[in-house]
Design a protein around this ligand. Structure first.
Ligand SMILES: [Zn+2]
Length: 83
């Protein structure tokens, strides 16, 4: 698998799909892409964001794409976002 690298512009993520924070945006997530509250002391590890357009899972510090959320995870996230 080829490792993808996201550009970081002044700390802002610009995804390979063209998504940026002011467009579809990004959500804090677990390493499988499950969206969680951005709580440093909760489930979130403080590192990963999921792109809300293409569902790539992105390390906010290195810009490395850790993976892509599965359809099952994305469907669960859609329910989360609808809350
Ligand atoms: Zn994306």
């Amino acid at each position: 698998m080829i490792t993808e690298q996201i550009q970081l512009c002044d700390g802002d993520i610009v995804c390979l799909c063209g998504n940026e924070p002011y467009l579809n945006g990004f959500s804090t997530c677990l390493d499988n892409g499950t969206v969680v509250e951005p709580d440093q002391h909760g489930e979130w590890g403080g590192t990963l964001y999921i792109c809300e357009r293409c569902h790539r899972i992105i390390d906010q510090y290195t810009g490395i794409v850790a993976g892509v959320a599965t359809d099952v995870i994305v469907a669960a996230n859609n329910l989360w976002w609808a809350r």
